[in-house]
Design a protein around this ligand. Structure first.
Ligand code: F6R
Length: 609
């Protein structure tokens, strides 16, 4: 979603900020802007569309400032135009602000500013209100004007402000939106996310909620809501800088799909000790902690929710505690029955999804223990959880989630199996069998990626279709949902996923000659049932592509085409079966000439409701 970058030092702020914004492109944006403090003035340039449009506007030498802020915007309040792009200026043009989040009471503040201070708005944004408020309160001290403005604001925000008359500082505040400060030599940085700063520094401070941070070129000062100076540990970022780039692949999505064997390996193997036991990096549940639980909720959005669907089967099978999966956007509004006998598991790649975060807070308020599965270290969800198990997938840049999903499934296996053993509900022999299965997954994922040629050929055959169905049973249902979502989001083809047994209760009416079905049949114990469902659609002249394990000869007799994944146990099959579907979506999107890494209307991290 929106990204923030700030710089203060001896170098040209323009270059640092543009590079920083480039590092944030993966968040998705539809306009970008920059404000530089230069010779007692603030110079602002902003443009809609790609960053290149902005760059073309700021090549002139007048942009020589050594302090500045920049922003990539994903429209929420007001359309994605140049006027609505950030930074926004106060009425006299002497304060500039960039902002992520939403000022919920801007419609109260705006009339107040217009009536009492004769402010003329230049944009449709809520953010402009912050600039005007600071402008109204400014009397030569940016810090105190920001403090006064914050007292008037409600909502979620991370914003940064500079003042023309104080070219020696950037002031920023965080409330429920990510913000970090980076430490440089004779300079300092500010950003919403780590990749913005990787080119410049790996030493950062995580800014907490309700904190204010003041950057000068020599110092970073952090204050809590009471104005008390806070001492913060430096966090050293260990990400490989190359991981944030495409590394020779045409798209981040392809790179990330191909990284799955390694991401699975990194997420899985360090958590299995040499005696074959699961160790979860500091997460400890005693038998009593688990016996007290009467309910597990798994809550997430989109792809992470699909991982949650798989998690439900695992927790019920291994831990034997009733488990419910819910969409975060629904959970928070339906007064769920949560108390201190509830374990609340939230899954989020970014760790910043607003709905998931809000659901987490709701569950926490009601006494649940919070365990999260996250990919982004230090993210809001990770920080607000009692326990976190990281998917060590590395940064995921493509909007369509791939390696985050497969590693989320690995984490769900690890947590449920660990709990099953602690609770004594998963027999040792069974545990050891599945551990052995899990350990083979990195190689089998490698093998599964070799379906790419087959999936490309299928894509060539079907990319002109306007509708594709996905069906399955058991854990294949979750895989069907995920395959369908991947296709929709990057190819814009209408697709529909449904539990195969449910077809005949209505959806079967849609089948006509050559209607295309991807039928997942990886669950041996459900094979006969699935076979019958495929017969039903074949009888209506649908075109069927089956996905099953190597060695299943029966499926080839009823499907028009069959794609094979390596032999594996039913429990882990979903981790492999999704890979051909990711590849299919990718190749169809490519043939349709879609913007694969940045599909329309979508952003990598959804920090609004
Ligand atoms: C789809 C996709 C989204 C995310 C969803 C939740 O490919 O990536 O559906 O899964 O927006 O995001 P996180 O996991 O960051 O909470």
């Amino acid at each position: 979603m929106c990204g923030i970058v700030g710089y203060i030092g001896n170098d040209s702020a323009k270059n640092v900020i543009i590079n920083g914004l480039r590092g944030l492109e993966y968040r998705g944006y539809d306009s970008a802007g920059i404000a530089l403090g230069s010779r007692g003035r603030i110079l602002v340039r902003k443009e809609s569309g790609a960053l290149e449009n902005l760059e073309k506007k700021i090549t002139k030498s007048e942009f020589d400032g050594k302090i500045g802020i920049g922003h990539t915007r994903w429209a929420t309040h007001g359309s994605p135009t140049r006027e609505n792009a950030h930074p926004h200026l106060s009425a006299d043009g002497k304060i500039a602000v960039v902002h992520n989040g939403i000022i919920e009471n801007y419609d109260e503040l705006k009339p107040w500013l217009i009536e009492n201070h004769h402010i003329e708005y230049r944009s449709e944004t809520d953010t402009e209100t912050i600039a005007h408020l600071i402008g109204v309160y400014y009397q030569g001290d940016l810090e105190s004007a920001v403090k006064k403005a914050v007292l008037r604001m409600r909502g979620t925000y991370a914003f940064a402000a500079i003042a023309a008359d104080e070219p020696n500082k950037i002031v920023a505040v965080r409330k429920d939106a990510p913000l970090i400060a980076g430490i440089g030599e004779n300079c300092n940085y500010l950003a919403s996310d780590i990749p913005a700063l990787l080119k410049y520094t790996r030493d950062i401070y995580l800014i907490e909620n309700d904190e204010m941070v003041i950057l000068t070129k020599d110092e970073i000062k952090i204050y809590d809501a009471d104005g008390t100076r806070v001492k913060r540990e430096i966090m050293r970022v260990t990400w490989d800088a190359d991981a944030a780039e495409k590394g020779g692949y045409e798209h981040f999505m392809m790179k990330e799909m191909c990284e799955q064997p390694d991401a699975i390996r990194k997420t899985l193997l360090p958590r299995i000790d040499n005696k074959g036991r699961i160790k979860l990096d500091g997460i400890k549940f005693e038998k009593d902690d688990l016996d007290v639980l009467d309910h597990i909720y798994i809550v997430a959005c989109g792809t992470a929710y699909h991982a949650g669907l798989q998690g439900k089967s695992l927790f019920e099978k291994y831990v034997k505690i009733p488990t419910e999966v819910d969409l975060a956007s629904e959970f928070r509004y339906r007064k769920p029955l949560v108390d201190n006998r509830t374990l609340f598991i939230c899954i989020s790649q970014s760790g910043e999804t607003q709905d998931t975060l809000a659901a987490l807070r709701e569950a926490k308020k009601q006494g649940a223990r919070i365990l999260s599965i996250c990919n982004a270290m230090g993210s809001s969800i990770a920080r607000e959880s009692d326990d976190v198990l990281y998917t060590w997938a590395g940064p995921e840049i493509a909007v369509a989630s791939t390696k985050a999903y497969t590693t989320q499934l690995i984490c769900l296996h690890l947590i449920s199996m660990y709990m099953g053993r602690v609770r004594g509900t998963l027999p040792k022999v069974e545990f050891e069998r599945i551990i052995e299965e899990l350990k083979t997954l990195p190689e089998k994922a490698e093998e599964t990626l070799k379906t790419e040629n087959v999936m490309r050929e299928l894509a060539e055959k079907f990319f002109i279709k306007e509708q594709i169905f996905y069906i399955g049973r058991g854990t294949d249902v979750g895989t069907a949902y995920e395959g369908s979502l991947k296709l929709k989001e990057i190819s814009y083809i209408n697709s529909f996923a449904i539990a195969a047994g449910e077809l005949k209760h209505g959806t079967i009416a849609l089948i006509r000659k050559q209607t295309l079905f991807f039928a997942l049949a990886t669950q041996d114990f459900l094979y006969e049932k699935m076979h019958s469902n495929i017969e039903e659609i074949k009888a209506r002249n649908a075109h069927t592509v089956g996905i099953t394990k190597d060695g299943n000869k029966r499926l080839a007799k009823i499907c028009d085409e069959v794609v094979y994944i390596p032999k594996c146990s039913d429990e882990v099959a979903s981790i492999l079966a999704v890979i051909p579907l990711q590849l299919l979506a990718y190749h169809i999107a490519k043939l349709r000439k879609r913007d694969i890494d940045k599909p329309r209307n979508l952003a990598k991290s959804v920090t609004v409701e």
